[in-house]
Design a binder for this molecule. Structure first.
Ligand code: SAJ
Length: 445
């Protein structure tokens, strides 16, 4: 039985850990294992990434280059594009992207490509773990048959598990070691061995009875967020209609010490998790004849926020006897959330596109984002790229409307309130004292 062999290699740290995909999930993971004394091989399709790691250069904000260098100096870590080295690994952890197609269906191409590489080089005695967020059933319905096609038998020749990644890039409080790791094997042996593996790098491992439970757990976590953000966005519209300050209501509700968790309205949801993960769940549910109304409704509300914000801009300009058409509109903050440079699925892109489609001259300032490009297949405006404008008094005062889409900390909002004539604040960036002193017309979500 390979369970005992693998447990021994994990216990005496002679197990070689392979990680496919050295992104914000895979790189921290393999560095943690190497720092704990395991040999690690990082597999990348991007030669530049592999070369950077082999030079001791980290391109992931949460992984200091000195840690990579430490793993190189101890000869524990190597990065490679040569997937034949998968046969040298006792454990193979898949950390590749799981995007959505434009049709909002799961794009499994990266998982399938990884599975095929493992199929090619797999040998008896290996544990394969999938960490990429995916629909329940992927590990046992997609990966397991790929390995059994080669004549390998589960539990006798290989073990297989799922463990959701819970990396929160840039979060200084929660790092690999203090984020509980959920682990679910396809069978008890896989759960047991994967649990012992992760116990080397995280304080708490939470084993569950199957890979499907672990897959569903991750989707529940992020669907919870998408739906609650959707509720916050709908509550903002209700408060707006009732002329009640949304943010004051949420702040007050958040004083409840139990049974409540604050979420906040915004111009929509961005990132590579929250807008996507719920669709993996609803897609799988539909295959089994169940239509998840909450996920659909949250998607409708959240994806409708850019249009709602464009409407606020239209009405604010209208109150100044101005039309959107021909107005100069300054967008402050285009990244998908505060103090980061990530543009993936950023709702600011939709806000800009909608305003442009109505004839506005849109410019932006976001020190984290030098350039904004548009996917022409999905733009209704002219879709031309935009470039970060220097944050000058002229830029603010010459704009007919300033729209705060992302509340980066590096912006002098006092200056915005002094120089702008109209401000649409979608993130509660302008606190009460600034609002009271400002002569600008301020509209808030
Ligand atoms: N957002 C709101 N209102 C909120 C919270 C978020 O509009 O109350 C928006 C954000 O502006 C952003 C989008 O939703 O555009 C997603 O924000 P997020 O805070 O969920 O951040 P993400 O996308 O980085 O989500 C990740 C997830 N981590 C993993 O999947 C491992 C998520 O589970 C984490 O809870 C989240 O980070 C986090 O808490 O930082």
């Amino acid at each position: 039985m390979i369970k005992e062999q693998l447990k021994q290699k994990i216990s005496d740290k002679t197990a070689c850990i392979g990680v496919i995909g050295l992104g914000y999930v895979g790189l921290p993971l393999i560095v943690e294992f190497c720092l704990k004394g395991f040999k690690g091989i990082g597999f990348e399709v991007d030669t530049k990434k592999a070369d950077a790691i082999n030079k001791g250069d980290s391109y992931i904000v949460d992984v200091p280059s000195e840690n990579v260098q430490k793993c190189l100096d101890s000869e524990k870590l190597e990065a490679t594009t040569d997937f034949s080295k998968l046969s040298d690994c006792d454990v193979i952890i898949i950390c590749v992207p799981t995007p959505l197609r434009k049709t909002k269906d799961p794009d499994m191409s990266y998982i399938l490509a990884s599975g095929r590489e493992i199929q090619k080089y797999m040998r008896k005695g290996q544990l394969v773990i999938l960490e990429s967020t995916t629909y329940p059933g992927t590990t046992d319905e997609v990966l397991q048959p790929m390995f059994e096609e080669k004549g390998f038998k589960l539990d006798e020749d290989f073990l297989l598990a799922f463990s959701p990644e819970r990396v929160d890039p840039g979060n200084p409080q929660f790092l690999t070691h203090n984020i509980t790791k959920v682990v679910g094997g396809v069978g008890k042996d896989s759960t047991e061995v994967a649990t012992e593996l992760y116990a080397n790098i995280v304080n708490t491992v939470h084993p569950v009875s199957s890979a499907r439970v672990a897959e569903a757990c991750k989707l529940w976590e992020n669907t919870f967020r998408a739906i609650n953000i959707g509720m916050a966005n709908e509550m903002a519209k209700v408060c707006n209609a009732l002329n009640i300050d949304t943010w004051e209501v949420v702040r007050a509700a958040a004083t409840k010490p139990f049974g409540f968790m604050p979420f906040y309205p915004g111009p929509g949801i961005g990132g590579h998790c929250i807008p996507l993960d719920p669709h993996y769940l609803s897609w799988k549910a539909r295959q089994h004849g169940f239509d998840s109304q909450f996920i659909t409704l949250a998607e409708q509300i959240n994806s409708g926020m850019p249009k709602y914000v464009a409407g606020l801009v239209r009405d604010a300009l209208n109150d100044q006897q101005k039309s959107v058409k021909g107005s100069k509109i300054l967008i402050l903050g285009v990244a998908y959330k505060k103090d980061i440079d990530d543009m993936r699925e950023s709702p600011a892109l939709s806000v800009i596109d909608l305003l442009r489609s109505r004839g506005a001259n849109v410019v932006y300032h976001d020190a984290f984002v030098p350039e904004v490009t548009f996917d022409h297949a999905y733009t209704i405006g002219d879709g031309e790229p935009l470039y970060n404008q220097e944050f000058t008094d002229e830029l603010i005062s010459s704009s007919d409307c300033v729209v705060i889409c992302t509340e980066h900390s590096d912006v002098d909002y006092k200056r915005v309130c002094e120089l702008a004539s109209v401000i649409v604040d979608t993130r509660n960036a302008l606190k009460e004292d600034l609002r009271e002193e400002s002569k600008a017309k301020i509209v808030r979500l």
